[in-house]
Design a protein around this ligand. Structure first.
Ligand SMILES: [Zn+2]
Length: 387
């Protein structure tokens, strides 16, 4: 999960559900898109008091089954329960449990990995936290994201490979006890949760910015719409005032040239119109003044309605014991061979960067290993040498 934020897709929903149910000690029997979830005695869940059949997708055919998809009521209830309870567990990764993870810079290259041998030296502990991040505005937008963050408890380094492999490693095919209880003291867990929280916000910053821009645009449009409506009202008032003023002028003339009865009538009418004029003129003054200030109160109200609310909640916490040591890769290409020994952890992958002898940059998925003749070189340096 090292890419940009992943929305809550069907596959994320299924992965999370499986992980969560197993953390509760449920057994899941999968047959195609039908999952039969068998609960243990004394399970600590209000949602799963008895066994249930889940159908992945939105085509549950019978009443006795529950649909499992991002909007399904079962999944929403599961998320709520998980964020309230945040179940914890512990997994111990033996070296044999996890397949050797070849780094991407080797996978991308044409160099053959003839052998890979891992020698574990010591045990380390990591915490894998599954978190739900939601970015919402009161009015229209809500984006839900599920993210996993793996952190080494001692060095606090992030272990992205472990995030990816965690669900596979803890899958039912490997015989894991995910409902064993954690050894870590609560205070240590809390501080790592803060780290995980910040890391998730950091990783989804792009999505937050996007939603923020969208919300700002919506707020701008609403402010502009309001401004135009008020401008229209100003024009109406100006027109009404100019009509009133013409009628008052007429009455003024009438008052000068008519007989007693008509004069009394005209004076009465003029008084009425003047009162009306004053009221409308006050309204106009007030509107113009607010317009010149940019309708601050209304703007505040609109912007508050479109303000973002980012919430990150841990759903499950799993302590993982893994082994660290060194791995020896025997590489071969075009008649040459080369052996490298680098830091490695079970389920965590390579823990050390390897540099190109030519440019000194570390190898990565984009800067993969291209030749082992005369030292390890990246693809850019091979091209430069004209090989
Ligand atoms: Zn290079």
């Amino acid at each position: 999960m090292t890419d940009a934020a992943i929305p809550v897709t069907q596959s994320a929903v299924e992965k999370f559900t499986e992980q969560y149910l197993r953390s509760l000690g449920c057994n899941i029997n999968k047959e195609g898109n039908r999952w039969t979830v068998v609960t243990q005695n004394e399970i600590d869940s209000e949602l799963l008091t008895e066994s249930v059949t889940l159908v992945c997708g939105d085509n549950a055919d019978e009443e006795a089954t529950e649909e499992l998809h991002p909007e399904s009521s079962f999944f929403q209830a599961l998320l709520s329960e998980a964020s309230e309870r945040t179940p914890t567990g512990k997994v111990t990764l033996e070296t044999d449990d996890a397949a050797i993870q070849i780094p991407e810079w080797l996978q991308e290259s044409d160099i053959e990995v003839r052998s890979a041998e891992f020698t574990p030296y010591y045990d380390r502990t990591a915490l894998v936290v599954l978190l739900r991040a939601s970015v919402e505005t009161v009015s229209e937008y809500q984006t839900d994201l599920l993210r996993a963050v793996a952190i080494d408890t001692r060095s606090e380094e992030f272990l992205p490979m472990l995030e990816e492999s965690f669900l596979q490693i803890a899958s039912p095919n490997n015989d894991f006890e995910t409902n064993e209880s954690m050894d870590m003291p609560a205070a240590d867990v809390r501080s790592l949760l803060d780290t995980a929280h910040d890391q998730v916000v950091d990783r989804i910053q792009g999505t937050i910015d996007e939603i923020h821009q969208e919300a700002s645009r919506a707020a701008d449009a609403e402010v502009e719409e309001f401004r135009q409506m008020q401008q229209q009202r100003i024009r109406e008032l100006e027109e009404q005032l100019s009509n009133l003023s013409a009628r008052i002028d007429d009455l003024n003339e009438q008052i000068g040239s008519s007989d007693e009865d008509e004069r009394v009538e005209a004076l009465k009418k003029r008084k009425e119109l003047k009162t009306e004029y004053k009221d409308l003129n006050d309204e106009l003054d007030n509107l113009r003044q607010r317009r010149d200030q940019g309708f601050p109160e209304r703007q505040r109200e609109i912007r508050a309605r479109h303000a973002l609310n980012v919430r990150v909640q841990p759903l499950t916490i799993t302590e993982i014991e893994y082994e660290r040591g060194e791995i020896e890769f025997e590489l071969a290409s075009k008649g040459s061979d080369h052996t490298i020994t680098i830091g490695y952890g079970s389920g965590v992958g390579v823990t050390e960067l390897v540099q190109c002898v030519s440019c000194g940059d570390s190898f990565s998925e984009k800067k993969y290993l291209d030749t082992i003749v005369d030292g390890l070189r990246c693809k850019d340096c091979t091209v430069d040498r004209g090989e």
